[in-house]
Design a protein around this ligand. Sequence first.
Ligand SMILES: [Zn+2]
Length: 633
Amino acid sequence: MLCRFSQSTLVLSLVAASMLPAIVSAANNNTPAAFSKKANQHNGQTAVHYQFSFANAVHNEALVTVRFSQLPAGPLSLQFSNASPGRYARHDFAKNIYQLTARNSKGEPLPLQRLAPSQWQVSEQDGSVEISYRLYGDHADGTYNQIDHRHAHLNMPATLLWSPDLQQNPISLSFIDHPADWQVATQLPQSTDGRWLATDLDELMDSPLELSRHTVQQWTVASAGKNYQLVLATHHQGTTEDEAVLLAKTKAVVAEQMAVFGELPDFDHGRYVFINDFLPGVTGDGMEHRNSTIVTSNKSLYQANFDQLGTISHEFFHAWNVERIRPASLEPFLYHGGNMSESLWFAEGVTSYYGDLLLKRSGHYSEQAYLALLSRKLNRFIQSPGRQFASALQMSQQAPFVDAAVAVDQHNYGNSYISYYLYGDMLGLALDLTLRQPATERNLDQLMRLMWQRFGKTERPYQTSDLQTALADSSGDQKLAADFFSRYIQGNQLPDFQALFATMGLVLQTKSSTAASAGAVQFRTEDGKLIVAGNSKIGSALYQAGIDRDDVLLQIGRDRLSTEQDWQAALAKLKPGQQVELRYQQYGEERTTRLTLGQDPELELVTMESLGQKPAKAALKRRAAWLDSALKG
Ligand SMILES: [Zn+2]
């Protein structure tokens, strides 16, 4: 996730001298031993060395020992992160560490002062300080840790106590007290003495680790005169046949992604690792890094019907878009406090658009499946009340509140907010279709490739205005770029999707003009009561009638309500525009209101052929150029 914009070449060459071209190799094969016996076995080649003991893995704990050496005189500052690159909300990771101790070079205890919830200080030291702490983790995803008898799944900002004074120094890692058959999957290189190496804190923070008994599959891809190794490290309970299918599908989508940009990124150590955890007790997620990704799912490949490919495709696209085509607002990344970015609609949303589109081009999705997926996304986007309140830029700035953020009070995001993933995804679609119109005959791939050449390859962070300039240059149409940005990026207008799809021989139409709707609503049932589970949507019949979250619906018209089926059956008897009485309970008090039903707004995207219409040849050609593999012909 982190950029190496200010990397010191001196530091890099010092570490490179001792690197092995290992990708995933066996960890030190120690048998479980007493929890902290080996804490002092550092070999001191780097000024910062972390050692992890997994002797207490069965209770979801690691013992972490970090030695800071070659220290100048004076106090040593220590910190735990409360933000993790790629996750935009704040997380107080320090809540999961305890029993911190500090020792000097002679092993004598040192006082450790806690200055703030995530900050400590050692006031007096003799050039070497060793800190140890217990780390608890039982949430495997792209942000947190899970340590158990099956694996150690580690995201570094949630793992490391670090010193701001030594951020630029090379760092090494070693692992002890784990089952003999565990291997290490990581983007980090390994030294000849078996330690894992990072050139500095930023590289280490960007390098998640998976220690487990997992399968390793790899292949070589030639790009721009170099060979790169791509590695699938998969920890799962599936079959070797599943692994073969996963490999074939991943290879196909990697090839389509490369075709968009014309080349692979120049991966830092000549390789890229997909770290897959498909296990019970794991939380579904994906997280991008510069030279690897974490992909987690609590379903097996079989159970999910290889749905994990959606995450794999999204995260690999990030190797270009966000890891290297990088918004200036994410640089430098603040491990303490996090960053606000107005560019997430592009960095995340356009990545989501391509994540799915390239699965269509690679053959994972049929045309019908892809159009059905677009229909679902278009429905969510077009029917979201949130668009009237904020632009894609402003929705991006909301990320710190919504990206796995935790709070106990109620919120109104269902009305006030649209995810920048969905918003940017749909704007990416609109922009791609706009560029592909007969008047322009360009496409979004050309913009992505220009952004790659200007900002990605050169690792020069971009501003929103750079994006508009690149659109003007790649389309050859300054007016189109200015218009698109002012209407849809700075503004919050809805693109005319019907017209855009028409030139592709596709029809976006209302699914049913006779079905009545009270608005999108979620229910829960408790003790035979039908309860509204989420906030009513602004503009819906329920909202107009004063119904909201936690209201108990008792009767609509002459039909009593106790299940969601009762509600659906009652609505099916009614027509759009009809008025009907609704009896309900709010804060324990029984009340009556009148509902004026609307038309079911659900849209569907279908081909003209499926409606018995004949699309123009040019439209079919345009559709094929958009959806078919870029590798054929
Ligand atoms: Zn993403």
